[in-house]
Design a protein around this ligand. Sequence first.
Ligand code: CMX
Ligand code: CO
Length: 148
Amino acid sequence: MLTRIDHIGIACRDLDATAEFYRATYGFEVFHTEVNEEQGVREAMLMVNETSDGGATFLQLLEPTREDSPVGKWLAKNGEGVHHIAFGTPDVEGDSAEIRSKGVRVLDAEPRHGTMDSRIAFLHPKDCHGVLTELVESAGAARAAAEG
Ligand code: CMX
Ligand code: CO
């Protein structure tokens, strides 16, 4: 069951300059930074709020590490802007299977490594009315579920 918005992914050309815009304009501080070579991104997570299931809601700023990555290709075509939305779940495998059974292409046969030790899976934007959609099982949400 999807329980919250985990993050909104925003493609940018200059991660540090974009993070500074969010700090100066809204007061959002960088909570975490990471390079995810598998996804081809350098990213910064800005926390907007915490949630009761052990997860939180973030903005995820994404700078491509290579031009042929999903974000690199998307930036070349569209310029900077909102790239994807991500829903939080305590059970990414279960939700992926259920959503797949409804005819939506799940791009990741097995969940992949996401930011802050989360486990993630993407849904094809063409099956989601044009919105690239990510499912996220955060390490914190998984812990909260295990503790009951
Ligand atoms: N949102 C909406 N539509 C998108 C999209 C996006 N982010 N990215 C691509 N599309 C659309 C394109 O506009 C294109 O549509 P048209 O055929 O109508 O022009 C179509 O999908 C195919 O696009 P493409 O440029 O040829 O790209 P690919 O098919 O090679 O890849 C996708 C598209 C979604 C399969 C790929 O981007 C992907 O696997 N994404 C998941 C991984 C990812 O995005 N990682 C980065 C974020 C990491 C993180 O959040 O941690
Ligand atoms: Co994301």
